[in-house]
Every structure is written in structure tokens, then in C-alpha cells.
Design a protein around this ligand. Sequence first.
Ligand SMILES: Nc1nc2c(ncn2[C@@H]2O[C@H](COP(=O)(O)OP(=O)(O)O)[C@@H](O)[C@H]2O)c(=O)[nH]1
Ligand SMILES: [Mg+2]
Length: 316
Amino acid sequence: MADVDGLVTAARHRDARAVARIISLIEDADPLLPEVMGALTRGNVRNPYVVGITGSPGVGKSTTTSALIAHWRAQDATVAVLAVDPSSPFTGGALLGDRVRMQAHATDTGVFIRSMASRGHLGGLAAATPQAIRVLESSGFDVVLVETVGVGQAEVDIAAMADTTVVLLAPGMGDGVQAAKAGLLEVADILAVNKADRDGADDAVRELRHMVSTASERAPGDWRPPVVRSVAVAEGGAAELVEAIEKHRAWLASSGAASQRRLSRAAHEIRALATAMLTSRLGLQLDNPRLRLLAAQVVTGEIDAYTAARTVAGSA
Ligand SMILES: Nc1nc2c(ncn2[C@@H]2O[C@H](COP(=O)(O)OP(=O)(O)O)[C@@H](O)[C@H]2O)c(=O)[nH]1
Ligand SMILES: [Mg+2]
């Protein structure tokens, strides 16, 4: 690509096509990526507010995202949305649904919406997501919203990447016990019981509040994750959630946690990239013939997995 400079300059001015193009480079693990990312990010420090919205499929993440976009647009903040869905990277089905839900914002130039798959990317979405967030940061959006499925089982550790992590639950969807099992209580800065227009919302809220209060010791001054109700489909139905988010944002700024989270985000970003590079260098892709040969030897009991791992890691 002769025109890395042109692409990067356009992206730095929030040009939607340029931003989308660079995210495609990430998805495809394009060889030009290091050069493009370097040119885009070096000397270009911006500090957008990054919000992660996570929860099971169908819980209302995209609907909530749409409500949050409306909130920030009303304050004239520009918003980028990254929808990461490891369960359907190829079909585009989820993307279509999300597009419909976010259609209200489709013609607004202050809003950028993009779904992400990891087609060729070495480290999969774990490595691609932090880079995509970095692109959206560097492009000058005021707020970056990342919608992702699950936490515990998903390959994308959104809590490590977001300033504020919102965990969405819905009445009757397994509620607190499931959330606790999936490790959601620990990563949540805010818990929201969405679809609170349905039966069982009060029970879910009560149960979650109890679980949060007994989950872990918190020092004075620590953030206590609130449990809020939300009806994302209704006009103004996400007001309680919006208020909780703004409170957390203010707490991040006043406590100094915001700069801690930026550091932690960069550390995770570097680690994900380095892990992908090492995986590649060591030939540890799962279809690598050498790795498969060692796997066969482990299966037949010829060698043990530690020995096999030391062999590929070069320390045997
Ligand atoms: N009754 C009700 N339905 C909702 C609410 N929020 C979302 N939905 C519906 O739940 C379905 C899934 O929502 P969606 O935002 O796509 O969920 P996602 O898969 O988590 O992104 C859609 O049909 C929404 O209209 C709510 O607060 N109340
Ligand atoms: Mg969705």
C-alpha cells in the first residue's frame, strides 16, 4: 500500500472509511499492520472513555449500546462501537441484527459502528480486539463502546481493556449464580438487570445485590459495583444505567484509577501481541505438523506434555 500516510491521516481525522480499512487490516493480519499502527499511534495520545458491555447473547447488549450512543450524542460526544462476537465471526448474522438495532445512528457522522471477526489474525480476537480499540482511540472518538459476549469463557478479556465494564443480565436467564460462576461479578464495575419490564427483575436485582455485597472485601474509597435496572428498549429506560456509568467515570478520574487502567490496557495489548508473535515464531499454531507430531506422541504416552512443551519452547 503506497498510501499509508494518506490512510493514517484520514483515520486521525475520524474518516470512517479509513478507520474501517485499518480494522480490516487487523482482521486479516495484514503485513502492513505494524507500519500502519505505528504511524497512527505514535505521538498521537488521546484518551477516550472506553466502555465494555458484556453479557449473554440476547440479553440486550446492542439495544443498550444504542441507548448509550443516544446519551453521548446528546452531549455532542463522538462515539465508536466495536461489536466483538467470537461465536459468529463469519456469518454476519449477528452483524445484521446489530445494524438493524443501531440503525437510528447509521447516518450520524459522529458515530462509527463496526463488527469484528478475526479471519487471519494470529492471536485471534484476543490480540485483534485491543488493537482495534487502539485504532478507535487514535482516530479521535470521545467514547469507545465495546460489545462482547460473555467473559469467563470468551477469548476476549474486555475488563482488562475497558475503563468501565458493564455486565448485563436479564431476569430468568440464570441470574446471579450464572454470573458468579462465569466470574462476572469480579469484573463488573456495574451490573445491570436489563429487560426489567419482565417478571423476576426485582428478585434478580435483590439476589445480585446480595452477591455483590458478600463477594469481596472492599477498602474504603474502592468502587462498589452498583446493581441497576434497565429497560433498554424503552425511551429513557436506561437512565439508571447511564447515571451509574457517569458516576463510575467520575470516580475513575477522581481516584486516579483512570490512568491505572490505561497502563493496564497497554500492558494487555502488548502481551496479546507478543503472545501472538511467539506463537507464530515457535510454530505453535494448532495445525503445525511438528506440534501435531508431538501431540501424537503425548497421546500414545511416548512423551509427556511438559517435555513436548519444552521441546517447542526451545528449552529442552
Ligand atoms: N422486553 C425487553 N426486551 C428487550 C430489552 N432490551 C432488549 N430487548 C430485546 O431483546 C432482544 C435481544 O436484544 P439485543 O440488544 O440484540 O441483545 P444482544 O444479543 O445482547 O446484543 C431484542 O429483540 C431486543 O428488542 C428490554 O429492556 N426489555
Ligand atoms: Mg448484539
